[in-house]
Design a protein around this ligand. Sequence first.
Ligand code: SAM
Ligand code: DTB
Ligand code: SF4
Length: 322
Amino acid sequence: MSPAEIAAPPANRARWSTRAVEALFERPFADLLFHAQQVHRAHFDANAVQRSTLLSIKTGGCSEDCGYCSQSARHDTRVGRDELMSLDEVRHAARAARDQGATRFCMGAAWRGPKDRDMGEVTAMIREVKALGLETCVTLGMLKDGQAEQLRAAGLDYYNHNIDTAPEFYGRVVTTHTLQDRFDTLDKVRAAGIHVCCGGIVGMGESRRARAALIAELANMEPPPDSVPINHLVAVEGTPMAGAEPLDPFEFVRTVACARIAMPTSMVRLSAGREQMSDELQALCFLAGANSIFYGERLLTTDNPGAEHDQRLFQRLGLKPV
Ligand code: SAM
Ligand code: DTB
Ligand code: SF4
């Protein structure tokens, strides 16, 4: 593939092959970042970064065996098993997030999927958060028929459901559900008129080819996800991935740049792993086209930079929160 072909924007959302994304990964770092910047600036204000705050509304005890996850009941981690949070606690956390400047509130549950009996409480939480003037997002696992419509009726704006890794690597990461199960839920979310938030994790010991395949798979969705979280593995003690080979930080930046180029109009979220990154590395990720973050001192069960630290970083980089 010639550099000109690589640089060309995909015409009418042409399908991305793994090889084409891999060719992006192989470019000199400065060329790749320049390309990502061009694409980013053609579609977004390059100095604007959106902020969402996460809340774990149901922590731990999950039936699934995702190898990276602190919340699987099959892994011996320090994360306990909690009941579903009360509406009061959710309201309190959402108000605090809004007062700190978040514009979206994302509630996560350590479930394979919600039971029908959980839906009343979850939809009440969505209504409550929406009433505070925040955009709403939930990540609850796999959905059964009808559940996406119930969430939409409650005012849900986004559903986060990651494909997490390349198809060829998926079975090495999770065995209790399949990638097809994930696609089925994404179809239900889309059909219900909810925005799709779907991305993955890197740094799990996958190859560059697998990272390229993950990006191609996301970019080839029809349409591509509205929001694409790029998570860096947070290696949690007690999980099978606790000892994963560390990823070269520049390779992480390359992954962000490839996501930006392959999905020009999607929000690309610099997600888990920021606490372990320097400010300089995060700045490179913004240069590579990341334009949203998780904001607030906790992700779900692990630490995230505090709001004050991020406010300072935004100031130092002249970034505008949106
Ligand atoms: N149980 C639901 C599910 O699996 O979709 C929702 C919660 S799950 C924790 C949401 C996402 O968090 C996962 O798909 C994964 O991308 C990310 N995640 C979980 N643990 C992580 C870790 N240790 N490092 C990086 N990302 C992680
Ligand atoms: C996503 O892609 N990353 C967020 C959110 N969606 C739910 C979760 C990151 C979790 C990191 C590990 C933890 O805190 O347990
Ligand atoms: Fe459960 Fe989600 Fe963690 Fe997998 S990623 S173990 S489904 S909470």
